[in-house]
Write a protein of this length. Structure first.
Length: 569
């Protein structure tokens, strides 16, 4: 065996797998200044639309990583779905929107689901890695084995053209398996993949070029209890995402996939349309539902993200988004530990926070699968295509997390009151709490001048942002807070005073307290409506984590210390 050191930058973290979860993790870590090596077993980038829905919450994460603008250049809004009267397949039956049509608000700047082929999305992320951070995916390179100890992970890596004895053993601080359901990391760790398979449910999914249909709608023919065809425009002229569900026909799937003439005839038969001309099959595969997850997402210095940890039905558009959110949650914690700013115990919160979210997500996506192809569904009922509400992922939260601190409920001696049940997808209707998504707020005046917003100009993925909501202008109050925050590593915590409208002159006084505080005037009241107006118990200090989650909602600098004591070593 030839033992060597990767010469790029002595990477601290090995990422096995270059799908969405691996690429998001690599991009997030490089943005935080952490060197990585990202490898991919496949010889070339994958083809296919596959996971094509980008939920609003995930768009916020891409915005924080600086890649949303490039994604928007290629993406399109989710088109309305149109079903057709059968037989005939030409006369529209219903036209409806799968997600609510709403305008952006000061706290939610991204409100519509975007569609973009996963292959195109991965290309955007790879380009950002290469052009911004000089980090490239190593294709046709695979992890074949690894061992770990208290200090790191030794990984054996093989290039596709390597001959026996030319493997590369390299030591990393951490290993992250983003290598999918069949990947080596989960298997090598000996983790179970609990769940079920649905061999009776089969789909054919493909990217096809079709003539004879408009590109303004997602077209649907068929019945949930029988055969169905769906054609979704991709934004690339003439290219559609195809789904064929053969629930009522005894047709050989392999023949349909291999023989394009048989596929054409199948589409024509189900739709009743002879004018749909299939000119090219760009990519095609058969899919059978597997609904599985591991019971832990980490073992020692090894972690799992995305499909390596959970697989499920694509109904609901949660998969790619959940995978990206896994990586976003993990990245800032890994970065702090690698840089010796945080204790290893911080990494335990990745499993504590993500496991309940994934379990709930599997229930939701499986329920939607049952509604989509269930035998009890009513023909013509479009409710099975409802993809709004919790599926937009705004309310996913970590209120139960051991590292969040919430002082909104006064301390009390009564310990017999049961804790509120976990609700990872957030059907709570009781205000804003620590563990929730931190809302945006626009039209803030940056004293001494300039208009800013929280997402665009204040929050930063590289640090915590402490927001202080108060009309008080006593410099001593801010002196005490700044003294507290000065204990933490420079550049990792920022302090921002958010004053009520009309407090501009007083704000200039606060701004002179020291260089460690930024002062904003909430000219339109958006920030107070989103935060202060939704908090209870006098909490006016909010710590927003790098991943856009409220880590603490407290009343004093001393309480804020309780939060940061868990974050920083």
């Amino acid at each position: 065996m030839n033992t060597s050191t990767h010469t790029d930058s002595n990477p601290k973290i090995l990422i096995a797998g270059a799908g969405p979860s691996g690429l998001v993790l690599a991009l997030a870590l490089r943005r935080l200044g952490i060197s990585v090596r990202i490898i991919e077993k496949a010889p070339t980038p994958a083809l296919g639309q596959r996971g094509f829905g980008i939920q609003p919450r995930t768009q916020e994460l891409f915005h924080a990583l600086g890649v949303l603008a490039d994604i928007q250049k290629h993406a399109r809004s989710l088109p309305p779905m149109r079903s057709y009267v059968l037989p005939g397949g030409i006369v529209p039956l219903k036209t409806f929107h799968m997600t609510p049509v709403v305008d952006p608000t000061p706290d939610r700047p991204f409100v519509e689901l975007l569609t973009l082929g996963q292959d195109v999305l991965e290309g955007v992320l790879r380009a950002a890695l290469k052009e911004t951070y000089s980090c490239e995916v190593e294709f046709e390179t695979q992890l074949v084995s690894f061992t770990q100890d208290a200090g790191g992970v030794d990984a054996v890596i093989v290039k596709g053209d390597a001959v026996p004895g030319q493997d590369d053993t390299q030591r990393f601080d951490f290993l992250v398996g983003a290598d999918g359901a069949r990947g080596i990391v989960r298997k090598h760790l000996g983790l179970s993949f609990l769940g079920e398979s649905r061999p009776s449910v089969k789909f054919i999914i493909a990217d096809v070029r079709v003539e004879g249909i408009d590109e303004d709608h997602w077209h649907l023919w068929g019945d949930p209890k029988a055969d169905s065809v769906l054609l979704r425009p991709t934004g690339i002229p003439g290219l559609f995402g195809l789904v064929v569900i053969l629930a009522g026909s005894d047709i050989d799937y392999e023949t349909v996939m291999k023989d394009h003439t048989v596929l054409q005839n199948t589409i024509n038969t189900i739709t009743g349309r002879l004018d749909l001309n299939l000119t090219e099959v760009v990519w095609i595969r058969q899919w059978t539902p597997n609904i599985r997850m591991t019971d832990t997402f980490s073992v020692g210095r090894c972690f799992l993200v995305g499909d390596a940890a959970h697989v499920h039905s694509p109904t609901g558009g949660q998969g790619l988004n959940t995978s990206a959110q896994d990586s976003f949650n993990l990245a800032w914690k890994l970065a702090l530990v690698v840089q010796s700013y945080a204790p290893m115990t911080l990494l335990d919160s990745y499993n504590d926070e993500r496991l309940p979210v994934i379990a709930e997500m599997l229930q939701k996506s499986t329920g939607l699968l049952d509604k989509t192809v269930g035998e009890t569904n009513i023909t013509g009922d479009t409710s099975r295509w409802d993809r709004g509400g919790a599926l937009l992922m705004f309310d996913i939260n970590y209120r139960w997390s051991p590292i969040v601190v919430n002082e909104q409920v006064e301390d009390r001696d009564d310990t017999t009151t049961p804790a509120a049940p976990r609700d990872p997808y957030g059907t709570y209707n009781n205000g804003l709490k620590a563990g929730d998504r931190a809302p945006d707020a626009s039209e803030l005046r940056d004293i001494p001048g300039g208009t800013v917003g929280l997402f665009n100009d204040v929050f930063d993925f590289s640090c915590h942002t402490v927001l202080v909501f108060s009309a008080a202008t006593d410099p001593e109050r801010y002196d005490a807070l700044l003294t507290q925050l000065a204990r933490y590593p420079r550049g990792l915590v920022r302090c921002v005073a958010v004053l009520t409208a009309g407090a501009g002159t007083s704000g200039e006084k606060i701004a002179r307290v020291g260089t460690g505080i930024r002062v904003l005037e909430d000219t339109k009241g958006h920030a107070y409506a989103s935060y202060h107006g939704r908090f209870e118990g006098g909490c006016d200090i909010v710590a927003v984590r790098p991943d856009g989650i409220i880590g603490a909602a407290v009343r004093s600098p001393e309480a804020l210390e309780r939060y940061f004591a868990q974050i920083f070593a």
